[in-house]
Design a protein around this ligand. Structure first.
Ligand code: SAM
Length: 265
């Protein structure tokens, strides 16, 4: 299966709505606010939201650039673009486009600022995608990329061997499950300068469906349960094990998001 086919399968209507719900939990809302503080976006700017998903970052960009600015938001998955367009219906300064990060439908040197949160890890040809990003940015423009290293995931359970197996299955949902550790060099290779790196942890000390980990559990179980050699029973047993940790010594989840901020010279 091609990577874009796998992405489109993960973000069908149900997948897109499930992700939107997770991204509206208080811990992810707080994480998004922390990330936004690292962005140098001002009224009147022309901003790009790459892989906009349900449009949460597109709306924040629209508010930051104001009526005198403009936001172009792209995504490959039509269900995501529908959610995003609905969310930003009152923000006339935002335009949505169905496009691949490898072929951005914009002229050279168009944007003052660009944001891609949790997108490049889905893209096999990451170096070509970064060159394409470089092309559409103005000289002096700022880019901010967020990706996850799934090996930074700490999740308390009883059966550690099963947890490792589930995480090994989950790592197949994207071509670059450890992208952050090579992203600085890749960004520099594409021509970006002054790359600054930050870590933002997501931590849940209680089990609730209204948290990042509580929501992701179902996402992970349905992906891994559908893989050959894994199956729904293994995924369900893992889910039950992790959920019951709240009664057996304490629920504990932590995962690092890595944020990279750079400029086009
Ligand atoms: C995990 S979601 C993140 C959504 C959004 N950036 C956010 O943080 O709320 C990843 C998004 O990247 C999009 N995506 C993945 N590969 C893409 C590609 N090659 N071109 C454009 N969008 C892509 C997916 O469709 C999905 O909406």
């Amino acid at each position: 299966m091609k990577d874009t086919d796998s992405t489109l399968a993960q973000f069908d209507q149900a997948g897109a709505e499930r992700l939107e719900k997770i991204y509206l939990t208080p811990d992810v809302v707080q994480q998004r606010e922390q990330i936004f503080q690292l962005l140098d976006v001002k009224p009147g700017m022309h901003a790009l939201d790459i892989g906009c998903g349900p449009g949460l970052t597109s709306l924040s960009l629209a508010q930051a650039v104001g009526n005198s600015g403009h936001v172009d938001a792209i995504d490959i998955a039509p269900p995501m673009l529908q959610l995003a367009a609905r969310r930003c219906a009152d923000a006339k300064q935002v335009a949505f486009h169905q496009a691949d990060v490898l072929q951005l439908p914009f002229a050279d040197a168009t944007f003052d600022v660009a944001l891609a949160t949790q997108v490049y890890e889905y893209v096999a040809d990451i170096d070509d995608a970064l060159s394409e990003l470089w092309r559409v940015m103005k000289p002096g423009a700022q880019v901010l990329l967020v990706d996850t290293d799934w090996e930074s995931c700490v999740w308390a359970c009883r059966d550690e061997a099963r947890m490792r197996r589930i995480m090994q299955g989950w790592s197949q949902h994207i071509p670059h499950p450890q992208l952050p550790r090579t992203l600085i060099q890749r960004m520099q290779g594409a021509g970006f300068a002054d790359v600054q790196a930050h870590t933002i942890p997501l931590m849940n000390m209680n089990y609730s469906t209204d948290t990042f980990s509580g929501g992701m559990m179902g996402f992970i179980a349905s992906f891994v349960g559908g893989l050959p050699d894994f199956g729904p029973q293994l995924a369900a047993d893992w889910q039950a094990d992790v959920q019951t940790m709240k009664d057996a010594g304490g629920y504990f989840f932590s995962l690092n998001r890595f944020v990279f901020v750079a400029r086009k010279p």
